[in-house]
Design a protein around this ligand. Structure first.
Ligand SMILES: C[S@@+](CC[C@H](N)C(=O)[O-])C[C@H]1O[C@@H](n2cnc3c(N)ncnc32)[C@H](O)[C@@H]1O
Length: 314
């Protein structure tokens, strides 16, 4: 998966404003602070930090969002992005849903919002948008929309404000609320609470879970998926790595008003292939399960095509 070419060109042009070593140092410091203290109190981004964030994180967020949107049974006209950062969700939504008529982004940080607007305008973003500098947690009730998205942002809301924000998003959204968080134990904890809140509001879980009951994941483990993104030349230089791709790990939930729960098992880890044997870790409507499919099994062909995040059998 690659970000759209107009976005890549706009990012490259912005990157020309700063020495590469400054961008690399800022990206490294940001990545360490997200890893060490993901929910630490907000300190405003400098222009250098906002750009370093966008350069290193937008491709990964874009890839994860395209994966999640492909599992979302919806035809949105209006999308609300809560904690929009540099606008990766707007780009992914425009690519996924050509019928989009309007995107409204709320971002509390003025430098990040300014960068997002610059990128959207410079790259002639194809969907009408409003990009507002605002605290989404303080703006309740939220304006009506078809889909509301929290992408890597809910975990940054103060803990007591997460459930009210998720409830407000579900009240505002005619079709779905999507929550996407890092594929880590901490990210999954935020996600699991949001999932419970949404179910408490009457939502049905359309993906990834095959049911809208309690999550069966045991303590210490976490449900997550992966999306592969191509690393462009600039990203390789910023990460001082020659690897041409990376795998973005994320946890997510798609909560809907109308879609029935699919009820089909989901592959929740990368399938393990042995000679003549494929092992699948599954979440089923009845809980977690392991499937061992041998070459003689009628499901062998399906097992060879199973992938992390796909339905089983597909
Ligand atoms: C990790 S970034 C993710 C940005 C973007 N959603 C993405 O996925 O690329 C989290 C963003 O959420 C914003 N944010 C956190 N809490 C917020 C709030 N209460 N209201 C608006 N924005 C918020 C932060 O300023 C930051 O830009």
């Amino acid at each position: 998966m690659q970000i759209p070419e107009p976005l890549r060109a706009a990012l490259d042009e912005e990157a020309g404003r700063f020495p590469l070593r400054d961008l690399a140092a800022a990206a490294d410091a940001l990545s360490r602070s997200y890893r060490d203290a993901p929910a630490s109190p907000h300190r405003p981004f400098t222009p250098l930090e906002a750009l370093a964030y966008a350069l290193t994180r937008m491709p990964a967020t874009y890839a994860a969002a395209r994966f999640v949107f492909s599992k979302t049974p919806a035809q949105p006209r209006v999308l609300l992005d809560l904690g929009a950062g540099a606008g990766a969700i707007a780009w992914a939504a425009a690519a996924q849903w050509p019928g989009l008529e309007r995107i409204v982004c709320l971002e509390r940080d003025p430098e990040m919002a300014a960068l997002a607007r610059t990128l959207l305008r410079r790259a002639s973003f194809p969907v009408p948008f409003e990009f507002l500098t605002a605290d989404a947690a303080a703006l309740l009730p939220l304006a009506p929309c078809d889909i509301a998205v929290f992408s890597y942002s809910l975990g940054e809301f103060p803990a007591p404000r997460r459930a009210p924000a998720v409830e407000a998003a579900f009240r505002a959204a005619q079709q779905s609320v999507i929550v996407l968080e890092p594929g880590s134990q901490a990210g999954f904890a935020v996600l699991r609470d949001a999932r419970s809140t949404l179910i408490g509001q009457g939502a049905l879980i359309a993906a990834p879970c095959p049911h809208s009951g309690a999550c069966p994941m045991p303590p210490g483990d976490w449900c997550h998926f992966a999306a592969r993104l191509e690393r462009g030349a600039l990203l390789r230089r910023l990460k001082t790595s020659q690897l041409s791709y990376e795998d973005e790990k994320f946890s997510y939930t798609v909560a809907t008003r109308h879609a029935p729960t699919p009820g089909q098992a989901v592959v929740i880890r990368r399938p393990v292939q042995h000679p003549g044997l494929i092992e699948l870790s599954l979440c089923t409507p009845d809980g977690l399960a392991e499937a061992r499919i041998r070459k003689r099994d009628p499901l062998w062909r399906a097992a060879r095509h199973a992938s992390w995040g796909s339905h089983w059998p597909s």
